[in-house]
Ligand binder design. Structure first.
Ligand code: SDX
Length: 428
């Protein structure tokens, strides 16, 4: 099968077929408009491939997710987040020495320029953390020039991986009126973040190794997900030649939406609402099915997974284990499980392939760590950062990359003669 044949206005044209290493099939439409004058139209790009990529593979029908060929289940069980970040960005799992160098470099760049603290002072305590994160990441361009040499580019990758934790933790401390806790080079990536978030100068903070492992696993599960909304945003902004910090800042903004990364916060708000309403599950499942009701079961459904989201399965299992070990009895976990059971027995959800996604159970674990609900999407961004970086670099180094500029079908007014309607503003 080398070509797809399209017949339009009695004209046959052949479109070249591309088959990926997992036998996904696509056909190229690069010459479509030139040969036929027509374009394709695909709102939400549900049927459109934007690129060829070697980073992440998803099989939505089988619930498969792999980073550079490794299954998400294996990586979650056997790797650290820095292992996975290195794998996504550089293409291979690091050796012990490579990982040590990677961690040391990141630790040594985890401080923010002291002048950047003034940015936090300008925000009210109520500032949405994702807005703060996006703005301050964009401001990194003012402190670290957008060097194009391989060494400069790699240094900016290390700086971003190192400083995003610090930015997130400082914005949290500012929002609760506590002093900033500076990064420590002797702690792990996840341990240092928890320390910056929860330590206070007046007492010793002992990093809980169970929470460190849990956070590390959550970061791995969020690390990449092929061409999702925020990653496509990073690629689109970067395709104009915009620098890494500016492109990642745009990705953070895209992730903040409740249909995307903001869903983990929306899930907890939904579970709390159901609990306050006497755990009336059927009422909310009914609302979710009602086309006249804007209510959706947040944390359910996915553009690609029409079966279980493998990340949700790992998180659900971990939630049971971690809350059990911590002796936490979170009523929201039981409500979530009951909601999942009722929905997955309902034809509406089964027929549409609506299963719990990565956001459905993740908030339960963040709560167990003491992370406030309004920081949940920031946690998603911390995990997704190496994925965004790897996708930005793949786009930047791909000779097929062109500035992203989609076409449209115009449906507005045809040409009309100009007739003076109101009096001209500057008419005497
Ligand atoms: C993430 O793309 C990624 O990979 C994203 C992500 C990543 O790692 O980057 O996986 C992270 O964003 C996960 C998704 C988090 N969002 C939510 O949980 C919000 C709730 N979910 C939905 O809004 C929805 O399922 C989306 C946004 C996730 C997917 O939207 P689609 O693919 O555009 O699907 P759709 O809106 O066209 O829905 C198809 C049908 C519709 O019904 P019909 O018109 O066929 O009758 O399913 C219904 C929808 O009404 N539907 C839901 C529903 N999700 C879809 N009905 C009730 N509750 C829901 N949650």
């Amino acid at each position: 099968m080398d070509n797809a044949r399209l017949t339009i206005n009695d004209q046959d044209i052949d479109l070249p077929i591309t088959v990926g290493t997992e036998n996904e099939v696509g056909f190229g439409i690069g010459k479509l408009r030139g040969q036929t004058g027509a374009i394709t139209v695909d709102p939400g790009f549900a049927n459109t491939g934007s690129c060829e990529s070697a980073i992440t593979f998803i099989d939505g029908e089988k619930g498969i997710l792999r980073y550079r060929g490794y299954s998400i289940e294996d990586l979650a069980e056997h790797s650290s987040f820095l292992d996975v970040a290195y794998l996504l960005i550089y293409g291979q799992l690091p050796t012990r020495d490579e990982l040590d160098v990677f961690h040391t470099e990141i630790a040594r760049h985890s401080l923010l320029h002291e002048d950047m603290k003034r940015f936090f002072e300008g925000y009210p305590a109520s500032a949405p953390p994702m807005s703060v994160l996006s703005a301050i990441v964009s401001s990194l361009s003012a402190y670290y020039p957008n060097g194009q040499s391989e060494e400069d580019v790699n240094l900016n990758i290390i700086r971003l991986l190192a400083k995003l934790n610090t930015i997130a933790a400082f914005s949290f401390k500012k929002s609760i009126g506590q002093p900033y806790i500076y990064p420590r080079n002797d702690l792990s990536y996840a341990g240092d973040f928890l320390h910056m978030m929860f330590a206070v100068p007046s007492e010793e903070y002992e990093v809980n190794e169970l929470l460190v492992r849990t956070l590390d696993m959550l970061l791995i599960l969020h690390a990449d997900h092929e061409q999702n909304c925020s990653t496509s945003t990073v690629r689109m902004v970067g395709s104009s030649g915009a620098d890494l910090f500016s492109s990642i800042s745009a990705g953070i903004s895209a992730l903040s939406g409740p249909l995307h990364g903001g869903a983990n916060t929306a899930v907890i708000d939904m579970l709390e609402m159901i609990r306050r309403d006497g755990s009336n599950f059927q009422k909310y499942v009914g609302k979710a099915k009602d086309k006249n009701d804007p209510f959706r079961l947040m944390g359910f459904g996915h553009r690609v997974y029409k079966n279980f989201d493998p990340r949700a399965r790992v998180i659900k299992k971990t939630a049971d284990e971690v809350l059990g070990q911590l002796g936490i009895d979170d009523p929201l976990l039981d409500i979530a499980k009951q909601l999942e059971r009722i929905a997955l027995e309902d034809e509406y959800f089964v027929a549409r392939g609506l299963y719990p996604n990565v956001d459905f159970y993740s908030g339960i674990l963040y709560r167990a760590m003491g992370i406030p609900t309004n920081m949940f999407t920031v946690m998603f961004a911390l995990g997704r950062l190496p994925g965004w970086i790897s996708q930005y670099m793949e786009m930047k180094n791909d000779p097929a990359t062109r500035i992203n500029r989609p076409r449209q079908i115009y449906i507005g007014q045809n040409h009309r003669e100009y007739i003076q309607i109101g009096r001209r503003a500057n008419a005497t």
